[in-house]
Design a protein around this ligand. Structure first.
Ligand code: SF4
Ligand code: SF4
Length: 129
């Protein structure tokens, strides 16, 4: 990832068009069965590393809704491929777009502890100001 959208999402979909990586889809288009809220595809999220702040969290009206998840890197391959929270895309030629096959950029200043605790992105925005 990545960032993750949590149960407090009100499905306003304001974040979808803001994502520079087209990583966010509405609940209806989420790949997980029975999705009830907007979903971030971790295999696409780049944590907005080239921007001052993650664009989705900046656009979201629901405080604490978007939280940090683990980096989409080789070390977290099992985390993402064996999770109930995610269904990773299968590319026609490359196969499963796992962290092993296609790692994504991530913000190194967000600690593993912050990610494990799924701290809200909004709470950490001050790090970029
Ligand atoms: S952090 Fe950036 S790249 Fe990731 S889902 Fe949010 S807007 Fe998209
Ligand atoms: S902007 Fe926030 S509340 Fe709206 S769909 Fe995205 S994550 Fe959910």
């Amino acid at each position: 990832m990545a960032v993750m959208i949590t149960d407090s999402c009100i499905n306003c979909d304001a974040c979808i068009d803001e994502c520079p990586a087209t990583a966010i889809v509405s609940a209806d288009n989420a790949p997980v069965a029975g999705a009830e809220h907007t979903y971030v595809k971790p295999e696409k999220c780049i944590e907005c590393v080239d921007s001052a702040v993650p664009k989705c969290a900046d656009a979201c009206p629901t405080e604490g809704c978007i939280v940090w998840d683990m980096p989409y890197t080789e070390s977290y391959n099992d985390y993402y491929t064996q999770s109930d929270n995610y269904v990773i895309r299968v590319h026609k030629k490359k196969g499963l777009m796992s962290p092993l096959v296609a790692p994504r950029p991530y913000r190194e200043n967000i600690t593993a502890e912050t990610r494990e605790q799924h701290v809200s992105v909004g709470e950490t925005l001050k790090l970029y100001n």
